[in-house]
Each structure stands twice: as C-alpha cells, then as structure tokens.
Design a protein around this ligand. Structure first.
Ligand code: ACO
Length: 400
C-alpha cells in the first residue's frame, strides 16, 4: 500500500484485519478440497461463460466508471478497516492511479488499485481486496494474474507493494518476495518508505502468459514426464546378463577379494554402468613426475616403510599374549603384513584406500599405547616416512 505525501498518519499495520465483520468468510480450510489449479480453471470457466470479467479503469469522469470505482472503494474500506477512508478515496479516484476491477453478475466483487511508474518500469500496488463472501475462491489470484498481463503491455517489469501482515501469505503465492531486486535508485523516492507494512516485489516474466497459467503448468508437466520417459527408455531396453564373476569373486584365505584375478578390473567394464550416466572415477598415477601404475606406486611407498627400523612393532598383527585386551580396544586392527598382502593381490583400487590402511596402523598404535613410549615414537616416525613417500607420488583424478 502506498502513502502519499502528507499522509504520514496512515498506518499499514494490520490494515486488513477485521474486515467485513459478521460476514462469514470462506476460510482456506473450507476450500482445501480444491487445488489452486482447479480453482483457477473454475474462475477461467466463469470468464469464458461471461459470468465474470475484469476491467482496467481510471477516473475518467464517466458515470459508469465512477460507479465501479466507488464500489471498489467500498470493498477496500470494508476489507481494510484500519486504513483511513479518505485516503482510500483519494487514491482510488486519483488519475495517476488505475484499478483492475473484478465484476461478476454486474457487481464489483474485488479489485486492485495501482499506480504505474512508466518511466521506472514498475507499478506500485496500493490496495488489493476481494469482498468477503468471494474470498479464497481464486478471485484474488485471477485478479493479480490479469493485472500482470495488463501492465506488461505498458512496459512494467515489476510490482512493488507494502503488504499488510495479514496478506503476506497471499502475496507470496502470487510471486512476491520480501527481497527487492530492483536497484534502489529505480524505485526509491517514487514510493514512500514507512513502517508497518512489508515491502514486497514481484518480477514479471516476459515469457509467461499469466492469464493462462494452468495451460503453462500442464505443458511443463507434460514436458517433464516426456523427458523422464525418454531418459528411462534405454534402461528399460538394456537388460544385461548377470556378471558371473561378481557371483564368485575369488577371495584369499583372509577373505580379501583378489583384485588382480578378477576379470573385471575397472568399473567401466560392468555392462550398462556408463550408459546409465554413472560417472566413474579414472585416475592417472605418477612417481617422481613420471607416469606409473597404481601397483607400482603402492610398492614404491610401502617398501621403504616395511624396511624402516621403526616399523618393527607393526610388521605383523598384534599378538594377544603380549596385549591381552588389544582386540577389545582396537576395533579395526591393521599391520604391514596385511597391507603387503593386499598390495600383492591387487586389493587396493585407489591410493586413498592404501593410505587409509597405513594410517590406521599409526592411529591404532597411538590409541592403544599413547605418544610417550617406544611404540608411540615408532608410529610417529612411520607416519613421517609415509608422508615423505607420498610426496613423491601422485594420484590424479581424470574423471568421475
Ligand atoms: N493470508 C495468507 N494466505 C492467503 C490470504 C491471507 N490473507 N488470503 C488468501 N490467501 C491464500 C489462499 O488461501 C490461496 O492459497 P492456495 O492457492 O494455496 O489455496 C491463495 O492465497 C490465493 O487465494 P485466492 O482465493 O486467489 O485469493 P482471495 O480471492 O481470497 O484474495 C485477498 C486474496 C485479496 C488477500 C483477500 O483475501 C482479501 O481481500 N483480504 C482482505 C484484504 C487484504 O488483506 N488485502 C491485502 C492488503 S495489502 C495491500 O492491499 C497492498
């Protein structure tokens, strides 16, 4: 809502609260069986049958126009009881203001009074109301959509309004947001700033026909359904036989998959996976800047670790005769013999998995023994040797 100069006493707060006392309003709960789309179709049907029409008018001094403007002024006065009546009259009859009226059975049942700022490409909505008995039947939405289409023809790209607190929900559903995206210079000074109401903006799309939103929504839905069907088709057609190898992956005596003996060595080789659009990681490996393979870089990092003089506590699984509660404290034990075996059978698919196992050796040791003893010191040495080794190799993700 707008406040003209000299109208500082006009308060926005709850301007609409308490309108049409005594008249039973149709609450959203009563109308909930109808979806907004159904409501819009019903209202559009009324328009087609001539039962309902919308007209944009301004005070041109003609009798018919005056009758409609006064009827609209009365609706505003009733629906916005805290808004001074003189102020409503002044704006509705002001020739810079326009009003979209909603007429059914020859009677004005609602409308929107607005002031277009043609040079600035926006219009300010001053008042918007529907008579109580017609509320929550889709009239408010239809009025706003009709108005959007009307003002777009005059180069209006945005609506601004000071919505009263009771009507914020309605304005949100019409595409208004609290965030004003227009540059301040474009609108500041053209509408008056004041406390109470919430300034809201609605950008108008040049591509949308607001008078036929149900059609647009139906077309969008149909396009989406067609797209989903199109994307699903290849999967429906392509049925791949089960992977025999997958059913019987060779395991070593410790239960680890023996990678080098599995005939499928990369995920891309699994039929259908790439077609399904799954992005599979692919890596390139380097040792000291030279191209290498994963197996070679794992050996390159592991060999000096295993040989290192501080590696002795970690060469084999912890013996329970030396640490009775070890396997109760450490949930995921790891040692260099296991890591070496896993390297040998091609278990590690990425460098990251290998490093995780070696780091587990170190973290297990520190968790069980702490730092200030020979085991803790060995763990820290191995850790720094690991980091040195890793500094010489690189795993580069190419895709995925
Ligand atoms: N608060 C929250 N949601 C609302 C409100 C409200 N006050 N009024 C309607 N809605 C919802 C409806 O439930 C509906 O939701 P749905 O589509 O999810 O089902 C949606 O907004 C649109 O409903 P319509 O039936 O199209 O709107 P209606 O014909 O009731 O008109 C209007 C809305 C103009 C706000 C009417 O309720 C009214 O006249 N209210 C009293 C006056 C008023 O508050 N006017 C705005 C003051 S601010 C200003 O003029 C700048």
């Amino acid at each position: 809502m707008e406040v003209a100069d000299g109208e500082e006493d006009v308060k926005m707060e709850d301007a609409g609260a308490g309108g049409d006392a005594g008249v039973e309003k149709q609450t959203p709960a009563k109308a909930e069986r109808q979806t907004p789309l159904m409501r819009q179709r019903e209202v559009m049907e009324k328009e087609r049958s001539g039962e309902l029409r919308f007209e944009t008018i301004t005070n041109d001094g003609k009798d018919d126009t005056m009758v409609q403007l006064i009827a609209l002024k009365n609706i505003f006065a009733k629906q916005l009881p805290k808004m001074p009546k003189e102020y409503i009259v002044r704006l509705v009859l002001d020739r810079n203001h326009y009003s979209l009226v909603c007429v059914t059975d020859g009677e004005v049942v609602g409308g929107i009074c607005y002031r277009p700022h043609f040079t600035q490409g926006f219009a300010e909505i001053a008042f918007c109301a529907v008579t109580a008995s017609r509320q929550v039947k889709g009239f408010g939405t239809r009025m706003m959509n009709q108005l959007k289409q009307v003002v777009k023809k005059d180069g209006i790209e945005y609506f601004l309004t000071y919505a009263d607190n009771y009507a914020i929900g309605y304005f949100k559903k019409q595409g208004f947001n609290r965030q004003v995206t227009m540059k301040r210079e474009r609108w500041a000074g053209f509408i008056k700033d004041y406390d109470g109401g919430t300034l809201m903006e609605c950008p108008l799309s040049e591509y949308v026909d607001y008078t036929d939103l149900p059609k647009m929504i139906e077309e969008q839905r149909a396009a989406l359904i067609a797209l989903i069907a199109e994307r699903q088709r290849p999967f429906e057609r392509a049925v791949h036989p089960p992977l025999a190898e997958r059913l019987n992956f060779p395991l070593d005596e410790h239960g680890d998959v023996i990678g080098s003996r599995v005939s499928i060595t990369t995920a891309e080789q699994i039929p259908g996976l790439v077609d399904a659009g799954v992005n599979l990681p692919r890596y390139e490996y380097r040792v000291d800047g030279k191209p290498s393979t994963l197996g070679a870089i794992l050996e390159h990092v592991l060999a000096p670790l295993v040989k290192h003089e501080s590696a002795w506590p970690f060469l084999a699984p912890v013996d329970v005769s030396e640490a009775a509660d070890y396997y109760e404290v450490i949930a995921q034990p790891m040692d260099f013999a296991t890591v070496q075996r896993r390297v040998n059978i091609g278990y590690y698919r990425t460098l990251r998995l290998f490093v995780a196992d070696v780091r587990r050796i170190i973290s297990n040791c520190l968790a069980y023994n702490g730092e200030d003893n020979v085991y803790g010191q060995c763990a820290r040495v191995v850790e720094s040797e690991l980091d040195k080794g890793l500094a010489t190799v690189r795993e580069i993700l190419l895709a995925g």
